[in-house]
Ligand binder design. Sequence first.
Ligand code: PSU
Ligand code: MN
Length: 304
Amino acid sequence: MNRYLDVAPEVQAALQQGKPVVALESTIISHGMPYPKNVETALLVEKTIRENGAVPATIAVIGGRLKAGLSRDEIEYLGKTGRGVAKASRRDLPALVARGADGATTVATTMIIAHLAGIRIFATGGIGGVHRGAETTMDISADLEELAHTPVMVVCAGAKSILDLGLTLEYLETKGVPVIGYGTDELPAFYTRRSGFGVDYRVDSPEELAAFYAAQRGLDYPGGMLVTNPIPEEYAMDKDVIDAAIEQALASAKADGIHGKETTPYLLAKVVELTGGESLESNIKLVLNNAAVAARTAACLAAL
Ligand code: PSU
Ligand code: MN
């Protein structure tokens, strides 16, 4: 076991007994949603994982320790402190560990810690990707590079069109990351079920998702895979409403001179502000939907 890693006893026991475990990220708690909805959602996601037959392991860095599995108090602390907790991507881990600091883990960092703990499946809302205008800014999320190197399956609802979805798919193809549509041929765009871009493979059952993951491991090369699970129809947003909010958010990010690691949290918060909380409700519903698919897939994988 890694010297900086603490695995919660329940998670450790499940892993030792070959029982299903699902990792969850914490940037979505500290930077992705406002308090107290963020804490309520984090706890509800854990409950959904349990109801679907797996043990949840919410991941974060606390006091310089890499944590796989958090207590209620730790989740409450991350949610309440919000942006006061550093957003931690791959490059931030050495500094946080060396300084004994706290960090809310992005998709990339959650994958790293999940893998160190031996967790194979991870559920979230949306991943980072290639930003619009990346051909000049070079703003490409470390999440994509992590998917290329770390053998964890990430179940998400696609990516928001704050990103360039076409370039994001190109990048993933170059890096050898399979993009799977769960029950769809089309990449979902987070708040909406459709993006106009096709996925690499359509899979309709957790059993087959587990088979894809097992085959990737059997091929013995590094890297994970991305499962994109469309938001349930009844919670999807109107495309025109969300597109207008995203355009406006992008324009104000430019006007405010936002760049670097602040870009994604800024855009996410702006979209919520502009859509009057409707997008927050959709966000919560799609995360729960992803948690259920991830837990059922983890159960199938444990049975292989
Ligand atoms: N996209 C979302 N919600 C999120 C994030 C992205 O729709 O909460 C968070 C995730 O933690 C993701 C991170 O890993 O933002 C990506 O940040 P960046 O683009 O700076 O790599
Ligand atoms: Mn970036």
